[in-house]
Design a binder for this molecule. Structure first.
Ligand code: AMP
Ligand code: MN
Ligand code: MN
Ligand code: MN
Length: 283
């Protein structure tokens, strides 16, 4: 059977639309054989996903997507195949939840100043026990008719420099990579094209990341075109990093991104799942 890896997606434990169980069922439906659930800064959905994966007969790889600040850039580091019950994951997750709650209050105050009341109560309720993200604010702004699309919410209110933007100091890169590696996982730089770094900044980042223990780069992601994949594959090769592949699926309503719908990994890149074999946690 062909193996289809999707190593980046979100559930209701962070800003995904589907419960972990529904996400796993959808992954199965779309032919995914190996799925990693990588919610923002939390592993709260992993246990439910694991049970669902056993029922559906697909392989679940434990995961998380940590937010970090490096040289004043906000970056995302995916952790794969880690021990979700490791104390450092719980500590890191808890620290970021506090940062997210504080940020959510500040965003709400900024929106109130723009005569948009009630945001904090709405996002808190929508997130439930999960992490509050800007996606929750975007959904609130959309449901109240302040914008007509999710993208519009980022363009007009939540994006950098906009009225509801709050600049945030996330835990540092070295710390986040340590949380992942110390808990037995593999640290992956997520969607590297999203940061809009120049070539020299990208090389500086990859050098730092590798020195800190980072092992992989997301070469194939949901919305990358073949040119971008080729560029990232060459970075992976140059810095001796394994290539990861993940859709970054959040919501079935986004017709552009689907679980398992990914371009192939260029054959000169070592796939990150080859590293799983040396890792005791993989089933
Ligand atoms: P946060 O980590 O709370 O800052 O939220 C970031 C999340 O917002 C990302 O993981 C995306 O899911 C979503 N997001 C960021 N920028 C956009 C955008 N331009 N359009 C739609 N969703 C976005
Ligand atoms: Mn997200
Ligand atoms: Mn991300
Ligand atoms: Mn993501």
């Amino acid at each position: 059977m062909t193996e289809i890896y999707d190593l980046h997606c979100h559930s209701t434990a962070s800003d995904g639309a589907l419960s972990p169980q529904d996400l796993v069922s959808r992954a199965k439906q779309y032919g995914v054989t190996h799925l990693a659930l990588t919610d923002h800064d939390t592993v709260a959905g992993v246990a439910e996903a694991q049970i669902a994966a056993e029922m559906e007969g697909i392989n679940l790889i434990t995961g998380i997507e940590f937010s970090t600040t490096w040289q004043s850039h906000c970056l995302h580091i995916v952790g794969l195949n880690l021990d979700p019950s490791h104390s450092l994951i719980a500590e890191g997750s808890h620290a970021i939840q506090t940062i997210r709650d504080e940020r959510a209050k500040k965003i709400s105050i900024k929106l109130e100043k723009k005569r948009i009341p009630g945001a904090f109560e709405a996002v808190k309720q929508a997130a439930g026990e999960g992490m509050i993200t800007r996606t929750h604010f975007a959904e609130f702004l959309l449901s109240q008719g302040y914008v007509s699309t999710l993208q519009g919410a980022f363009d007009h209110y939540l994006g950098e420099g906009k009225a509801g933007y709050v600049s945030t100091q996330w835990p540092g890169l070295e710390q986040v990579v340590h949380w992942i590696t110390a808990s037995g996982g593999i640290a992956v730089l997520a969607h590297p094209m999203r940061y809009k770094l120049t070539g020299s900044w990208m090389r500086r980042l990859l050098m730092d990341f590798k020195e800190m223990g980072g092992l992989s780069l997301e070469v194939v992601s949901g919305r990358n075109n073949p040119d971008e994949i080729n560029t990232l594959a060459r970075y992976a090769k140059q810095f001796d990093l394994a290539g990861s592949a993940g859709s970054d699926f959040h919501n079935p309503k986004n017709i552009w991104v689907e679980l398992g719908r990914l371009n192939p990994m260029p054959d000169f890149v070592t796939p990150v799942w080859h590293l799983f074999e040396t890792n005791a946690l993989t089933s």
